[in-house]
Design a protein around this ligand. Structure first.
Ligand SMILES: O=C(O)CCC(=O)C(=O)O
Length: 211
């Protein structure tokens, strides 16, 4: 069933210097079967932070490198610690989507080598954080929203303050880089809602260049 609230045509909005929202840029119907296959190979799991807390967002990865949180710290790993096997390959449609989004948003060529796959259930939030584990911060971050809408919270480059609340809907892509590359950001608790393709869940693909 088509999502009656999805925008008819993608729209580009400059949110602030270095942050661009591409509304309705991605087709979740195309992406979801890949997410299902990838997470059969490398299942979603709740990683543990260096502080010993289990993350509420369930995560997996695809691509040459995967972001991992462990009691010993955060890192990019070529293999899945659960299986010892390489992360599943990044599908060409994922890579192309991320590259097109970055180019459209004005960031030029983007060649991601890591795709973090996030899954949110009702009530799940993501605490404010900076994406700090990548070697070269000149590459942007490309973040794709799928399913139930969420409120993304964008802060400045230092912790705290009042966030800018950005509603993200199915198919939206947020690209941030340049002066906003190290902006703190998080996601508010997912409100109870239903999406035709994901039920009560939200998925997010975060594309990064780690090395
Ligand atoms: O789910 C989102 O929209 C953001 C995800 C995120 O910030 C991250 O994975 O670092």
């Amino acid at each position: 069933m088509p999502d009656l609230f999805a925008p008819l045509r993608p729209e580009m909005e400059s949110i602030r210097d270095g942050v661009v929202l591409l509304a309705g840029f991605a087709d979740s119907g195309t992406l979801l079967p890949y997410i299902r296959t990838l997470t059969t190979e490398a299942p979603f799991r709740h990683m543990v932070t260096p502080g010993g807390r289990q993350m509420r967002v369930a995560m997996s990865n695809c691509g040459p490198l995967g972001w991992v949180s462990e009691p010993t710290g955060y890192r990019y790993a070529p293999t899945d610690p659960l299986s010892g096997k390489p992360w599943p390959a990044m599908p060409a449609v994922f890579r192309d989507l991320a590259a097109r989004a970055a180019a459209c948003a004005g960031f030029g060529i983007f060649e991601p080598d890591a795709c973090l796959i996030n899954r949110y259930e009702t009530g799940t939030s993501l605490s404010p954080h900076q994406d700090m584990d990548e070697a070269d911060k000149n590459w942007p971050i490309v973040s794709v929203s799928i399913g139930v809408s969420a409120m993304f919270q964008l802060y400045g480059n230092i912790r705290g303050g009042t966030p800018l609340n950005i509603p993200l809907h199915d198919g939206d892509i947020l690209v941030f880089g340049g002066p906003a590359r190290l902006a703190f950001h998080g996601v508010r608790k997912l409100a109870p809602a239903q999406h035709a393709l994901t039920g009560s869940r939200r998925f997010n693909l975060t594309f990064r260049r780690a090395r």
